[in-house]
Design a protein around this ligand. Structure first.
Ligand code: ZN
Length: 563
């Protein structure tokens, strides 16, 4: 057996020699890529067939779609922890295990919930669930009551770096805040990053900020063009059970959305005009507007506490000083589970999303442990849970990192890396926001990969994957993925593959493992990620954010906290 593995490794090694030699030469030429020969050798052993084997197992029907808190999800976690143990990695979860328990709560709005708008004069409006509003009680109590004045707070954003404050110091404690989605429109890259969406535009930020300010509720006005998705999306993602981390900070009794025409009625019953209010909100001089309308809500929820786990391992670094710091690799293992009520194939295997990322993470981990030389900083590997529930596993990891966040130099994340052959492009959106970007650019050149820019920055993809959870606590983070140009195909082919996947297989039971898939690209992304991580682990200084970035304050805070 062992001999067989050696022979196999040797073949892979030979196949990869050309890249190794190029990496070596380029290192001498530019001085930017400093991987030692042993690291390059181990990197070459990253094996597409091993990634395939991980994907095949994790996407098997026996794992029932790896639902969060479900048996299949737990088997996946145990599988990943077992691989870490076989590689000889140190456990970095709770109490000397690979598992970091993540306490979660499932909330299902009950039909007994009532949600009414009561103007000081005029008729009260009892809103219809799902058609006119959706609402969750974030306090994780079976019942909550709200009877509070509504204040219109424009975009509900306080962003000192853009000199923008919709609250203007007005005390909103105990109030319900009515607000717009997205952020003030702009083409100026220095103002809310122009057309690109910043975190201030995401609905999650708006709820969080309202809670931080002591409000009891928030009502987001849905306008399709502003949200960039229709009401059906809001409705569908807010009708069933939703999972949350067990409450740790301030939360809202009512976290809700309403349809645009309901907002229009609130405005007219206040003697105001919604279009005018929306217009006024686009000004820096906007002031919060108390409305003569109350929200009376009786929130009834089914509350189901449960548990899941992040799987975390560590390779201690080789430098006695720098080993207190680490590079972290992340990839979520959870997917959507199984729908017992559904006809036909009801298992959401999630082969691409995200067994590919898990396979990549595991191969990177194995490569590190096979290197005779250690990187200077330590390397953490975290396969996180509950990504599909709203990045919850990684959020918990960010709030409870195995070493202080200020000592984590970089997070490299892998999510949904399609097995389509040999990539000629790489996507590293967000890397340009960090001080590490020149290294990424050089490394991409060495690997003969063209960096493909984010095609739709206004969609805010940066805020929708696990690396974001690390960015929020200040860790420079980004995901690594293929672009659309593959060897032997034009970019249109790659685009077509991506579109077809999104339309037919993304978050569908048909995201399955196929024996004919080509995992060359997954291995290429793993090698690229390995090389970047090694490089970051050896740099004299920790990676930071570009000056003025929205995550810079969090980094500075965590740096001072860890000293
Ligand atoms: Zn995913």
């Amino acid at each position: 057996m062992r001999k067989g593995i050696f022979v196999f490794a040797a073949i892979i090694f030979i196949a990869g020699v050309s890249i190794a030699q190029k990496a070596d030469k380029s290192a001498k030429a530019s001085g930017s890529v400093r991987l030692p020969a042993t690291a390059i050798n181990t990197m070459q052993q990253i094996d597409p067939q091993r990634i395939r084997a991980h994907v095949r197992f994790l996407a098997h029907d026996l794992l029932e779609g790896r639902g969060t808190g479900a048996r299949g999800g737990e088997i996946a976690a145990e599988y990943i922890g077992t691989q870490f143990a076989l590689y000889g990695l140190k456990p970095a979860g709770d109490n000397g295990t690979y598992m970091q328990k993540v306490p979660l709560v499932g909330i299902t709005p009950d039909p007994a919930t009532t949600f009414s708008l009561v103007p000081s004069s005029g008729a009260r409006m009892d809103l219809k669930p799902l058609d006119q509003y959706v609402a969750y009680d974030q306090t994780q109590q079976p019942q909550s009551d709200v009877n509070a004045d509504i204040v219109f707070v424009g975009y509900g954003i306080e962003a000192p770096e853009y000199k923008w404050d919709d609250y203007k110091g007005v005390d909103v404690r105990g109030k319900v805040l009515l607000m717009l989605v997205n952020e003030p429109p702009s083409d100026d890259p220095k103002f809310f990053k122009g057309k690109a969406l910043t975190y201030y535009g995401r609905w999650t930020y708006k709820y969080e900020e309202a809670a931080r300010k002591g409000a009891v509720g928030a009502i987001l006005i849905h306008k399709t063009e502003m949200a960039s998705y229709p009401w059906e999306v809001v409705r569908n993602s807010n009708s069933a059970e939703k999972s949350y981390l067990k409450v740790e900070g301030p939360v809202l009794k009512v976290a809700s959305w309403i349809q645009l025409d309901v907002a229009g009625q609130i405005a007219s019953s206040s003697g105001m005009n919604l279009d005018k209010m929306m217009q006024d909100a686009q000004s820096r001089n906007f002031q919060p507007v108390p409305l003569p309308v109350k929200l009376q809500a009786h929130m009834v929820s089914k509350v189901r506490p449960f548990e899941s786990a992040n799987v975390i391992a560590m390779l201690p670094g080789g430098d006695t000083k720098l080993r207190n710091e680490a590079v972290i690799y992340t990839a979520h293992y959870d997917h959507l589970g199984i729908r017992p009520d559904m006809q036909g194939d009801n298992i959401y295997n999630g082969a691409n999303d995200n067994d590919t990322g898990c396979g990549i993470l595991l191969e990177i981990a194995r490569a590190y442990t096979e290197s005779k030389q250690r990187p200077r900083r330590s390397i953490l590997f975290a396969s996180v849970t509950a990504e599909e529930q709203g990045l919850l596993g990684s959020e918990y990891l960010g709030k409870h990192p195995p070493i202080p966040a200020g000592q984590i130099t970089l997070d490299l994340n892998f999510d949904d890396v399609p097995p389509l052959g040999s990539p000629e492009e790489v996507e590293v959106s967000g890397a340009e926001r960090t001080t590490f970007f020149p290294v990424v650019q050089n490394m991409a050149k060495t690997f003969r990969l063209t960096i493909r820019p984010d095609s739709r920055p206004e969609a805010g993809h940066y805020y929708r994957s696990d690396h974001f959870s690390l960015a929020r606590v200040g860790v420079p983070s980004f995901s690594i993925n293929e672009g659309v140009k593959y060897k032997g195909h034009d970019a249109a082919w790659g685009k077509q593959q991506a579109d077809e996947y999104t339309a037919k297989h993304y978050h569908q039971p048909s995201d399955e493992y196929h024996p004919e898939s080509d995992f060359t690209g997954d291995a290429a992304m793993a090698r690229f990620g390995f090389a970047l991580g090694w490089e970051a682990a050896g740099q004299a200084k920790e990676v930071g954010w570009q000056h003025g970035d929205e995550f810079e304050p969090a980094r500075l805070k965590s740096a001072s906290g860890s000293e």
